[in-house]
Design a protein around this ligand. Structure first.
Ligand SMILES: C[S@@+](CC[C@H](N)C(=O)[O-])C[C@H]1O[C@@H](n2cnc3c(N)ncnc32)[C@H](O)[C@@H]1O
Length: 252
């Protein structure tokens, strides 16, 4: 159960990324992300500190708050975010994207929010939650723009040499970017293994993939070295790292 996580093991492959992964287990993994993320990902904190102030500013300017969740998986974070914004009276247009069509099919079927029309500045605007199987490269090519790009547990999935281009594309898409990921730590690995062992998420890949993810994830100094000007790294309890970009117009 105790493993020393000195070196990052970026070449490991998570079960959910395998092309012929068991369908039932994969679908259960998308479903379990909702519970797991509520336990460990701290988006409620990120929402209160960064997202809500930014969204309110966009709202005051008379605009719909546009968000892109990159690598949305089963769409749980995008879904939660939409609910929180709605509760705060903020009209949002959120698109969850993923390069895995199995994830998008699951999100479309299980995280439905009916699109509505909102009257903004005497213009009708569509608000709601949408999902699309598309890459950041293609969105950037289409000149798609949002007020905020988020991603959760995605950075460690990306091949090392593709991380910089990925971050650049995120910063092209959004005036503000928040990447939320695990922080590699032997203690986190042991605690995750011990705490989740009784639950095990037996019918999904959560337990095994979570442990693999911790081996693939970054340390604060590694993310710092990787990111360029305009980006900052912040630690978030417990064992999380935020990589944040605030573009010219992105500061809340
Ligand atoms: C661990 S899952 C996280 C899913 C979701 N964000 C969550 O936290 O519930 C990582 C997801 O990132 C997706 N992904 C990996 N690389 C990507 C990329 N370059 N662009 C978009 N999605 C990507 C994978 O297909 C996978 O669905």
């Amino acid at each position: 159960m105790f493993t020393h996580l000195g070196q990052r093991q970026g070449n490991l492959i998570e079960q959910m990324d395998i092309e012929d992964a068991d369908c039932k287990q994969l679908e259960q993994t998308y479903a379990d992300f909702y519970t797991l993320n509520r336990l460990i990902s701290r988006w409620n904190r990120v929402y209160a500190k960064y997202i809500r102030p930014h969204a309110k500013k966009i709202q005051r300017q008379g605009n719909i708050f546009k968000v892109c969740d990159v690598g949305c998986g089963g769409g749980d974070i995008a879904f939660l975010l939409f609910k929180w914004l709605k509760k705060d009276g903020i009209n949002a247009h959120i698109i969850g994207i993923d390069i895995d069509d199995r994830a998008i099919a699951w999100a479309k079927a299980n995280r439905k929010v009916l699109a509505e029309t909102a009257q903004v500045n005497n213009k009708k605007k569509t608000v709601g939650l949408f999902f699309e199987c598309i890459s950041t490269t293609e969105l950037a090519r289409r000149n798609y723009k949002v007020d905020l790009v988020i991603n959760n547990h995605v950075l460690h999935h990306i091949p090392f040499d593709k991380i910089n281009p990925f971050l650049t594309e995120c910063a092209v898409l959004g005036t503000k970017v928040i990447c939320n990921d695990l922080e590699r730590s032997s203690l986190a690995y042991t605690l995750f293994s011990l705490c989740l062992f009784p639950l095990r998420f037996r019918s999904s890949f959560i337990y095994q993939d979570g442990r693999t993810s911790l081996k693939k994830s970054f340390r604060e100094n590694e993310l710092d070295t990787l990111s360029s000007e305009g980006w900052k790294v912040e630690r978030l309890f417990p064992f999380r790292l935020l990589l944040i970009y605030e573009g010219e117009h992105g500061l809340a």
